[in-house]
Design a protein around this ligand. Sequence first.
Ligand code: DAH
Length: 341
Amino acid sequence: MLEKINNLLQEVEGLALNTKEQVEEYRIKWLSKKGEITVLFDEFKTVTPELKKELGQKLNDLKNKAQEKINHLKEKYEAATDSNISSDLDLTLPGDPNISIGSRHPLSIVKNQIIDIFSRIGFTVSEGREIEDDWHNFTALNTPENHPARDMQDTFYVNLNPEMVLRTQTSSVQVHIMENNKPPIRTISPGRVYRNEAISARAHCQFHQVEGLYIDSKVSFADLKQTLLYFSQEMFGKETQIRLRPSYFPFTEPSAEVDISCTICKGKGCNVCKYTGWVEILGCGMVDPQVLDNCSIDSNKFKGFAFGMGIERIAMLKYQVKDLRLFFENDVRFLKQFTSA
Ligand code: DAH
């Protein structure tokens, strides 16, 4: 019996158990009801009294060691499965250099560039809400109910009381800013807008705009023009030229649409600029005095300019993307072509 005990003791001390299953296998082999150690305890009952002390101690020692080993390893492997760490994972290995870290969405890249360009000349960034009331999206902007200009923007209505809209333009943020701040105000408001339009290569029911607003005691149309020239050259290159065409927006007077010289053909004529040498990038104008008054800013003391551009449009021109839908499909093959600092 002593020999058996010693052999088992050696086995317990020397054996490497590498998996949870092995631990269980040896628990049964040693300690279960018919296990080798349990059986030894049965045999122990028949041992002569002279040997009892020595064998008893050895047997207890064997049992404790086996139990300890099983418990310890069981805990270790259970913890490892819990956190999915296998015992042969080498945590000291260097990281995989080929891992893909992803890239920023092209619309975020362009949005950040726009913010960067305007913040260099003192514009802050302000954000509004996407579910807007009629006042901020339309009425305060000189577009009361039944005004024909509402037709320019196919609106999604939100069934609430009072009825709300998904904002059709970030010009709504202008109103919040003017209501809550005193001039001078110099801010841009990037954000998502919604229009009930059929989705095509050139239109979508959701897109992004950046609104710009500058209010102070002496703001002129020349300031507006110079600001937009600065923006266009920073965004599209120093050789870029701009031209302003008279236009109409309910909230600006006078209003203009701004074209830049075609970045593709440099003004010579191509299919992007439809052989005109110019491409439209934004709408702008001097804030209509009525809009200032609507927002509790004294139009006798203050003047301002505003502009609004589509981020998708700028991104399409900058990266020569021909289909607007690509920005929303999130196909990684498309997205990973864009990199930013
Ligand atoms: N809100 C206009 C639109 O969505 C864009 C715009 C035009 C904004 C002229 C302006 C502006 O601030 O002055 O079509």
